[in-house]
Design a protein around this ligand. Structure first.
Ligand code: ADP
Ligand code: ZN
Length: 598
């Protein structure tokens, strides 16, 4: 009888469980329900894959990621697991074959799209098959407040009602308390044991810079820090995605676009290219990324501010799943704050939803304006205490602060005197004493505040307004297009009862990273030569199977091979990431590459 650990060794080729994996596996193997919260890259999949192998019957995995099921299943078949998927991409006859094999008990794991799972037809099929467990992946999709809400997920509570004896394991990388509570309530997981891991991603460096010329800033960041690397650039609108991708291409970057408005075939083709080729920059809306398990994404950049810390954390979490150094970079400015506040206020949503959205935005703004470690703030949001990390821009170049009370008073007075009907540009003209046509037309050159701020330049005033908005002393009037207005808390500042401390500048550049070679790429030239040969060999193998290269082997595994140069199959089998089946399929090929290069 195999054990969890023996399967981890022989099937997946890994020497030991990570974090809480072993506990989760034991609990589910014993028939318990589990809720697993682990950051992206933490190793959630093994938590249900190994129990599915150990328990009799098939593990049914519910996943919204139809476009990725093929690769997930191929990766499992590579290690000798009998896996299949059912989704709308399959022809009726292919689906029927998978279903028949399911009833005959021929699958260890079956991936199913949620809308198919809850049909009466599929329920009947489930009744006829032997079930090892239900795994509900991306469980935060049940959350109506979240950005990945899938109505079909709500119906999944039927699993518990119809199959109370089958253990269920729900998994997500979304950590906030509200989402967690929603998952438990909607999936009826009240009795499930919760396994919460640390959400820290120590290999990701957080960096938030002041937006001046965002495209140029992005280009400089890519060229200086990540010239040949795969990365994702997030933008808010489809149009901006396309424009940014086209512009980056013109600057010599291999960039492609992805958003929900694109032709489905083109979108899929771009996703495949990002996964299969090396060093591609994907410019995308947030429609892209859930479930993308490409391990070597070296950076995630935001050209527009996300809506919440959850969003920011999920998106940035797609960098560095392999554990090697990676960057989360964001350009942020006054317009981002105005835009996000306006989007919330002008939306159709009910007041409660708007309040939740505002609170979430505020937490993110506090992260952007942080004067102390960003990681401490991020983890604090998820209820986790941490020490200053030394791996974010604030830790590496601590920002200076200044007493901005007077400047705040000038800005707030100007908003007050001009009646709360103008946007930032006009307010700054009045503050700086610019007698523009609009200023004269409204008679604002006659106000007492005209020119009171001519000691500071335009950029400095934008920073002041941005921070006033971030701290909630100013908000946006959704009826008047982008007009800045006072809030309940501004009065205390105007009266001198509240002091306002401001950051001098956002994102002074942290020290440059020395190397951004793929994961712990060998340091000496000999090993590096072999590593590159092994990567070339892997590329050919991946092309033949039409799978991403990392499905064959991860960089980490190839790096170990290059370093240790195993001479026999037995020695090769000792390397992390090489299980029995991969040794059988690829052992001889790998030894030949090693032999030819040494
Ligand atoms: P998640 O779904 O939590 O984002 P995955 O299940 O995709 O993470 O795992 C992330 C990566 O870590 C995968 O490449 C996986 O093979 C690897 N991994 C998971 N568990 C282990 C382990 N115990 N030892 C070594 N590598 C592991
Ligand atoms: Zn830090």
């Amino acid at each position: 009888m195999p054990t969890a650990l023996s399967l981890l060794n022989s099937v997946f080729g890994y020497p030991a469980f990570r974090g809480r994996q072993a506990e989760v596996v034991d609990h589910v193997v014993d028939g318990g329900d589990a809720l697993v919260l682990m950051p992206t890259g933490g190793g959630k999949s093994l938590c249900y894959q190994i129990p599915a192998l150990l328990r009799p019957g098939t593990g049914v995995v519910v996943s919204p990621l139809i476009a990725l099921m093929h690769d997930q299943v191929m990766a499992l078949r590579q290690v000798g697991v009998r896996a299949a998927y059912l989704n709308s991409a399959l022809s009726a006859s292919a689906a029927s074959e998978v279903e028949q094999a399911f009833v005959r008990g021929e699958w260890d794991l079956l991936y199913v799209a949620p809308e198919r799972l809850v049909t009466a037809r599929f329920m009947a099929l489930l009744e006829r098959a032997e079930l090892a467990l239900f795994a509900i992946d991306e469980a935060h999709c049940v959350s109506q407040w979240g950005h990945d809400f899938r109505p079909e997920y709500i119906a999944l509570s039927v699993l518990h009602q119809r199959f109370p004896q089958v253990p269920r394991i729900a998994l997500t990388a979304t950590a906030d308390a509200q989402t967690r509570a929603e998952i438990i309530a909607r999936l009826q997981l009240e009795d499930a044991q919760q396994f919460v891991s640390s959400f820290d991603r120590p290999n990701i460096r957080y960096q938030i810079v002041e937006k001046n010329d965002p495209r140029q800033q992005l280009l400089a960041f890519i060229q200086e820090e990540h010239p040949q690397d795969a990365g994702i650039v997030y933008c808010l609108s489809r149009r901006k995605v396309e424009e940014t991708a086209a512009w980056l291409q013109k600057q010599g970057i291999t960039a492609i676009a992805y958003h929900a408005g694109m032709d489905v075939a083109v979108r899929q083709q771009h996703q495949d290219r990002f996964l299969r080729d090396e060093g591609i920059v994907m410019v995308a809306t947030i429609a892209f990324g859930m479930g993308i398990d490409k391990p070597d994404v070296r950076f995630v950049a935001h050209l527009d501010m996300p809506k919440s810390i959850e969003g920011y954390y999920q998106e940035t979490g797609r960098a560095g799943r392999d554990g090697a150094p990676a960057d989360a970079w964001m350009a942020y400015g006054l317009n981002d704050v105005v835009q996000q506040r306006r989007m919330i206020e002008s939306g159709e949503a009910d007041p409660q939803f708007k309040r939740v959205a505002q609170t979430k935005l505020e937490a993110l703004l506090a992260l952007c304006e942080a004067t102390r470690c960003r990681r401490v703030r991020l983890l604090d949001y998820f209820g986790e205490a941490a020490e200053s990390c030394g791996n974010c821009d604030v830790c590496q170049t601590p920002p200076a602060t200044w007493d901005g009370t007077q400047a705040a008073q000038k800005a707030l007075s100007t908003i007050y005197r001009t009646g709360g009907r103008f946007g930032a540009g006009h307010l700054i003209d009045v503050l700086r004493g610019q007698p523009t046509e609009k200023v004269r037309q409204w008679g604002h050159h006659q106000l007492s505040v005209f020119g009171v701020g001519n000691d500071m330049d335009d950029k400095a005033w934008r920073a002041v307004l941005r921070q006033l908005m971030a701290h909630g002393y100013v908000s946006v009037n959704h009826d008047a297009f982008g007009a800045l207005v006072l809030t309940a808390t501004s009065r205390a500042v105007l009266k001198g009862e509240t002091q306002v401390w401001m950051r001098k500048e956002l994102g002074t550049k942290p020290p440059k990273r020395l190397s951004s070679r793929p994961l712990a790429a060998p340091q000496n030239a000999e090993d590096d030569r072999l590593f590159e040969k092994l990567r070339a060999w892997r590329q050919t193998a991946a092309r033949e199977l039409n799978v991403p290269a990392y499905v064959i082997f991860h960089d980490a595994t190839l790096a170990l091979i290059a370093q240790r140069r195993p001479a026999t199959l037995a020695e090769l089998g000792e390397i992390s990431g090489i299980g029995a089946r991969k040794l059988e399929s690829y052992g001889a090929g790998l030894l030949a590459v090693i032999h030819a290069t040494v």
